[in-house]
Write a protein that binds this ligand. Sequence first.
Ligand SMILES: Nc1ncnc2c1ncn2[C@@H]1O[C@H](COP(=O)(O)OP(=O)(O)O)[C@@H](O)[C@H]1O
Ligand SMILES: [Mg+2]
Length: 351
Amino acid sequence: MEQVSLRDVRSYPRLELALEPGLVLVTGRNGAGKTNLLEAIHVAAQGLSFRTRQDTQLVRRGTEEGLARVAGRRGGAVVEAEVRLSTREPKRIRWNGAALGSVDDLRSRIHALAFTPDRLAVVKGGPATRRAYFDRVLARALPSRADLSGAYAAALGQRNAALRRIAAGVSDRAALDPWTDQVAALAAQLVDARARVLSLLTPAFAERAGELGLEQAALAYDAEPPSRTALDARLPRDLERGTTGLGPHLDEIRILAGDRELRTYGSQGEQRLAVLSLLLAEAELLGSQVGVPPLLLLDDALSELDADRRRILSERLGTAGQTLVTATGAEALPLAPAQLLAVTPGKVRRG
Ligand SMILES: Nc1ncnc2c1ncn2[C@@H]1O[C@H](COP(=O)(O)OP(=O)(O)O)[C@@H](O)[C@H]1O
Ligand SMILES: [Mg+2]
């Protein structure tokens, strides 16, 4: 992206910023507006924030409408993405001047991947967090399967509702069959797509992690989709609980270093390296698929890493297409960035 324009987004009343390709370091004191800048760029490029689902929070306090726009060249084409925010109505998204109906539509045209310290939950959190994360990766990396996890969740919801109706005596067992069929069919597709995306991601993940000193990093997913027979065999228990106790909504995707599961046996630093390596791996995968690497937005990624790790990561980021990294001071980055930005409340100065 070459140009960022903001009006009344978070702490920015008005901002016009020219961005360099390559590694851009965003510096500023705590509370200066570094995260706000990355977030605003993410909003413009992806239609939503990486830290809140509440669009009204994005509009600058005391105002009612905001605008975030990014423009530039991607793979030879000139593109512009624009999101108009309002405290009173839903946001409006435009791509190259034409209105888009949904965030997903924008996200199918341009990719931005974000790291925030909250993302450590992907490694540290429970299985549901990892499933949701990898299902989002799946949606980006296998666009034709983007709706799969949603479709599975919807079918599962219908089956669970049918289970409860049968248990309450207001419906009979035959009513369950079509939902069981759908759940089984979609479960098989989802398990297959997850396995595929994980196998696409794993080599680059292991390589990036190894480079950062996290040896033998791997993703393990040994799920079996439930057969109709298995679902039928569980029916008495499912009826009792009113929920389907078998299927990919319960699967575990493990993030490992050798035989160590990083969720429980990884240090905070190792967990951070794993999350960053996953992000870099996905960036490579998307870049090779689309022909243009995604825009990377890394908030507070460098803290908690030792000097060697910071250097290796910075060098890697320098080759990863356009990347914005925040830090409180320029010394956090052990190499010279393509561009240095200094943030003070409401303003960004080019260094
Ligand atoms: N909607 C908003 N309107 C005005 N200011 C906001 C809004 N949301 C957050 N801020 C301000 O932005 C500042 C935090 O900016 P942030 O980007 O998180 O800082 P940092 O540089 O530490 O990442 C806070 O002072 C907060 O009050
Ligand atoms: Mg911040």
